[in-house]
Design a protein around this ligand. Structure first.
Ligand code: ASP
Length: 577
């Protein structure tokens, strides 16, 4: 692990090195071997008169070897290598293990398919960029532990075999052999246990916790992932947010020497949705969503009039100086894009020599003037307009905004823009379940001023919840919890859980609130998301040593897989598939 420790200052030193044969070439009888270890590459030279010359000639790439030799100055310097000024003249060579022919080239710009790389993940992890990501991950954990330890947080573990508490994502279930017909669930997060640790009096807890969610996977999701989970007693939102800001500041400084300016910007959920169409706004570029409903309140343009008559709103984005970049065909593509977010269409206007042209015909002089003024339109601006209900309008323009930001090159990839999104609605309407469900989880404290509305005006209840957002991603989220059993019961009632359901699902937890529960709150940071930001990758598999595919398979060990009939029998399980 110390290849790259050596440089020209070590000239003439005798060294002992171990590693992998990364590359081998024969130049005029001299054998050159790039020896790779975790730290990097150093060049070995085996002369024809060396007793191991023949062995060295037969070495295949990726074999493991050990050598002793002498450091000398190179004739031609390789500026791309840290050890590029030196090489090692080999005296002794030992072959530890000859490699088979490798299924793909171990290089950063490999063209091997990801499936092949996942099948041979142990080889994939030899590639420098993946290896560096894993090192970044380990260093990040170290930095986190240092920070939390300095603030008297205790690292504590919570069980992995738990009781299923539906609400949230689907659980992974584990059948019990001892109690046939009963199941454990793998934890979606240590939420209830960390709250119980507060009831127990530990005051400050953290855990690098594995979480499991049986969801349909999107590009940036995995069935098992890691959270940095934290909880504190006798705190309010400010305390948790300040602690978290300090954590991010230290980690970004330690790992990539980036200075985060504190305090972070704060924005309410309502404002984020209104202006950015997202509860995780990407603040690296402007382009806000504009509400132009008022401008059209007396409109005679049929599709806008009928939309407003249906109680809809009209919103738009303005792409500065970009009208000439979007042909009709390009705008059709953007229209297809917003349709994925349920918008019925995308109208557009272009500013061409002070005139407004586009798909909206029959604008009055008053409307044109109002649009120009409100949107501060200039020549060659492009206005993209959606009219629908609030949710569809904001969702579709929010997604379009991010796409345009990328397409128009408005995003500086080296920039990090953090903010807190606060004051989330306590409830959200679930079309599927036809009822209000908890936006975060049922243990999130509603703002004191809204507690009385929990049963009467769910739409207007806001909670003491906060998400830390970076570059359009939720990096972490948490809340102040309910510590009063009466409020907790009211919350369950608001979620339309019967006394029996409460007893069955959370009885054990609610009981604990009766024995002196401190006011408490916390937050969980998605560790993979954090490492992705630090490593500047959008692929979650790049920051996990052994990830699964989009269909939740491990291509290397071939999990999940069938099990023996006898194993099923022991569990009392009969398959019906
Ligand atoms: N347990 C929550 C989650 O997994 C985080 C928290 O509220 O602390 O999102």
């Amino acid at each position: 692990m110390n290849n790259i420790r050596y440089n020209i200052k070590n000239e003439n030193e005798k060294v002992k090195l171990n590693g992998w044969v990364s590359k081998k070439r024969n130049l005029g009888g001299l054998l050159f071997i790039d020896l790779r270890d975790r730290s990097g590459i150093i060049q070995l030279v085996v002369r024809p008169d060396n007793k191991n010359y023949e062995l060295a000639s037969t070495l295949k790439n990726e074999s493991t070897i050990g050598v002793t030799g002498t450091i000398v100055k190179r004739e031609s310097i390789n500026k791309n290598l840290k050890t590029g000024e030196i090489e090692v003249i080999v005296d002794e060579l030992k072959l530890y293990s000859m490699s088979k022919d490798i299924p793909f080239e171990i290089s950063n710009d490999t063209t091997a398919l990801e499936d092949t790389r996942l099948k041979y993940r142990y080889l994939d992890l030899r590639r420098e960029n993946l290896k560096n990501n894993m090192i970044t991950r380990a260093k990040t954990l170290k930095s986190i532990r240092e920070y939390l330890d300095s603030l008297d947080f205790l690292e504590m573990e919570t069980p992995v075999l738990c009781k299923s508490t539906p609400e949230g994502a689907r659980d992974f279930l584990v059948p019990s052999r001892v109690q046939k017909g009963s199941f454990y669930a793998l934890p979606q997060s240590p939420q209830l246990f960390k709250q119980l640790l507060m009831v127990s009096g530990f005051e400050r807890y953290y855990q690098i916790a594995k979480c499991f969610r049986d969801e349909d996977l999107r590009a940036d999701r995995q069935p098992e992932f890691t959270q940095l989970d934290m909880e504190m007693s006798f705190v309010n939102e400010e305390d948790v947010m300040n602690m978290t800001e300090g954590l991010f500041k230290k980690v970004f400084k330690d790992i990539i020497n980036y200075d985060i300016k504190l305090p972070l910007l704060r924005m309410t959920y309502d404002e984020a949705m209104e202006k950015y169409g997202s509860d995780k706004p990407d603040m690296r570029f402007e382009m806000l969503i504009n509400d132009i409903t008022d401008i059209f309140k007396d409109t005679e343009i049929p599709f806008l009039k009928s939309s407003l008559d249906n109680g809809n709103i009209i919103n738009c984005l303005v792409c500065k100086n970009a009208a000439d970049k979007y042909s009709r065909k390009e705008i059709d593509k953007l229209t297809d894009f917003v349709k994925k977010y349920k918008a019925s269409g995308l109208a557009f206007l272009k500013v061409v020599e002070n005139e407004l042209n586009g798909s909206i015909k029959g604008l009055t002089e008053k409307e044109i003037k109002a649009l120009k003024e409100k949107l501060k339109l200039e020549n060659n601006d492009l206005v993209l307009i959606v009219t629908s209900n609030y949710k569809i309008t904001k969702d579709s323009l929010g997604a379009l905004r991010c796409k345009l930001g990328r397409d128009l090159g408005l995003i500086d990839p080296d920039d990090y823009k953090f903010l807190w999104v606060t004051d989330f609605p306590t409830f959200e309407w679930s079309e599927e379940e036809n009822r209000f469900v908890a936006t975060h989880h049922p243990f999130t404290m509603t703002k004191e001023s809204d507690v009385d509305k929990l049963l009467t005006d769910k739409k207007h209840c806001y909670s003491k919840a906060y998400d830390i957002v970076c570059n359009g991603y939720e990096a972490g989220g948490g809340s102040i919890r309910i510590h009063d059993e009466k409020v907790q019961e009211k919350m369950f009632e608001a979620l339309e859980l019967t006394q029996e359901q409460i007893e069955n699902k959370f009885g054990w937890f609610v009981e604990a609130l009766k024995y002196g529960c401190p006011p408490h709150g916390g937050l969980a940071v998605g560790l993979e998301r954090l490492i992705m930001l630090l490593c500047k990758t959008t692929n979650i598999r790049d920051v996990m040593a052994f990830p699964k595919t989009a269909s939740a398979s491990d291509l290397m060990s071939e999990a999940p897989n069938i099990v023996d009939e006898s194993q099923l029998k022991e569990l009392g399980i009969k398959l019906d598939i």
